[in-house]
Design a protein around this ligand. Structure first.
Ligand SMILES: NC(=O)c1ccc[n+]([C@@H]2O[C@H](COP(=O)([O-])OP(=O)(O)OC[C@H]3O[C@@H](n4cnc5c(N)ncnc54)[C@H](OP(=O)(O)O)[C@@H]3O)[C@@H](O)[C@H]2O)c1
Length: 407
């Protein structure tokens, strides 16, 4: 009989506890798949365990503490001691990826982090291993379940953002402090990781601009539905000439987009490239047992000796000056010449209109339009000018629209 694989477990909270149970429950299956039977050899919590002792008594480390410190210190120490590491910590990998990958390479051990992006959905494996040698053009992701639940709730029930957030908290889809989820920071960390793997380049988290969903209004969602659009918080990483861009923002998708039907707390990622057309994966993006399953799959890969294809490559320029098309919501006075005046400002700034609908009359008159793709700086110049027109009753609301058509 082979030696058991001794796992040092750092953190036994929501995911750590589920992982502890899963290891006991699936030990035979892991042994059948990898040739070694896993056992938890030590647990570190705030109130339990000693890191040095756990490290000395384990063959691999599973880090489920979260946050930057002491997680970073422990992961680096484990790698430098020649122990493979599995982590679910997106902030750690996004913020300190260069340092961690370097330490893993130098020690010749694996660092795996499937659970750090999209929970149970094996998207890291897809991008890093399945498509590791394929040229990719774009990775688009709904990588935050909290915001996808809130937007779905607003669309299906007509709830306000605030009420939908409370509902998400009641159902356990949002933390008591949801800031990092709703402002887009959590999704930015995950997209930085996907971009790094998909485009084989270091990506600094500070190069990933993000916007959240706090300012989204329910009527934007319902008006846009009339134009065939649904709203998502989307991360997009794509090639731009010799560089790339990576960003997170709320945006409308046309119904034909593979991510448009993804509802509730689910996550989903679409990967595009000339040789694969498009591949989309979706599933639960969080939850104790769901995340623990992804952690266990990494443990099995390490025990089976499957090394991921990881070459950091040269640093590509990360571009920020981009083209986009926009949804524009204007509350206007109901009088002749309004549409012509707005069209004149847009036209002068090089923005053309793809579709427009008028809603309401009198003091409730609104114009809702979708523009064609143009440099964002030109659109915002027009937006600024329009907001100063005397017949505007409120600041115009603008939300990006992803125009890509899929067959
Ligand atoms: N929850 C999810 O659905 C989910 C989904 C995807 C990824 N993740 C990631 O999984 C990781 C764990 O998340 P979680 O939700 O399980 O967190 P959690 O419930 O807050 O558990 C954290 C655990 O770490 C321990 N810990 C905290 N600070 C520590 C310290 N200074 N020293 C030693 N132990 C410490 C805690 O100890 P005590 O028990 O003593 O408090 C607790 O056992 C995070 O990186 C998170 O981003 C979570």
């Amino acid at each position: 009989m082979s030696e058991p694989a001794r796992i040092g477990l750092l953190g036994r909270g929501t995911v750590g506890d589920a992982f502890h149970e899963l290891v006991a429950e699936r030990a035979s299956a892991v042994e059948a798949a990898s040739g070694r039977r896993p056992e938890i050899s030590g647990v570190l919590r705030r109130s339990e365990g000693d890191f040095e002792e756990i490290l000395a008594g384990s063959d691999l480390i599973v880090e489920l503490i979260g946050g930057l410190e002491p997680a970073r210190d422990h992961v680096l120490a484990a790698l430098r001691a020649g122990k493979p590491v599995v982590t679910a910590n997106k902030q750690l990998v996004a913020r300190h990826g260069d340092e961690l990958f370097e330490a893993a390479r130098e020690a010749g051990v694996q660092l795996r982090f499937e659970a750090a992006v999209a929970g149970a959905v094996p998207v890291i494996r897809l991008v890093q291993e399945g498509l590791g040698t394929i040229a990719l053009e774009r990775i688009s992701g709904i990588v935050n379940g909290t915001t996808n639940f809130i937007l779905s709730e607003m669309a299906s029930t007509g709830a306000s953002y605030e009420d939908a957030l409370v509902r998400a908290q009641e159902l356990g889809y949002a933390e008591a402090d949801p800031t990092e989820d709703v402002n887009g920071a959590d999704a930015a960390a995950k997209m930085a990781i996907l971009a790094r793997l998909g485009f084989h380049t270091p990506v600094d988290l500070d190069d990933v601009p993000f916007e959240g969903i706090e300012g989204i209004r329910t009527d934007d969602i319902s008006y846009a539905r009339d134009l065939g659009l649904s709203l998502k918080l989307l991360g997009i990483a794509e090639r731009r000439g010799a560089g790339i861009s990576v960003r997170v923002f709320p945006c409308f998708l046309y119904r034909g987009h593979p991510l448009a039907p993804v509802e509730g707390p689910f996550n989903a990622v679409t990967v595009e490239g000339p040789s694969i057309t498009e591949i989309t994966m979706s599933g639960p993006g969080a939850g104790g047992i769901e995340t623990a399953s992804a952690v266990l799959s990494d443990v099995v890969s390490i025990l089976a000796g499957e090394a991921p294809v990881h070459s950091p490559g040269r640093r590509l320029e990360v571009l920020r000056d981009l083209d986009s098309s926009f949804y524009l919501h204007l509350e206007v006075a109901d009088r002749p010449g309004v549409l012509a005046a707005i069209a004149e400002v847009l036209g002068r700034n090089g923005i053309s209109v793809k579709s427009v609908v008028q809603r309401g009359t009198g003091s409730d008159a609104r114009l809702v339009m979708v523009t064609h793709r143009a440099p964002e700086a030109d659109f915002y110049a027009a937006h600024e000018e329009i907001s100063r027109l005397d017949f505007l009753r409120a600041v115009p609301r603008a939300i990006r629209v992803v125009e890509e058509e899929f067959v």
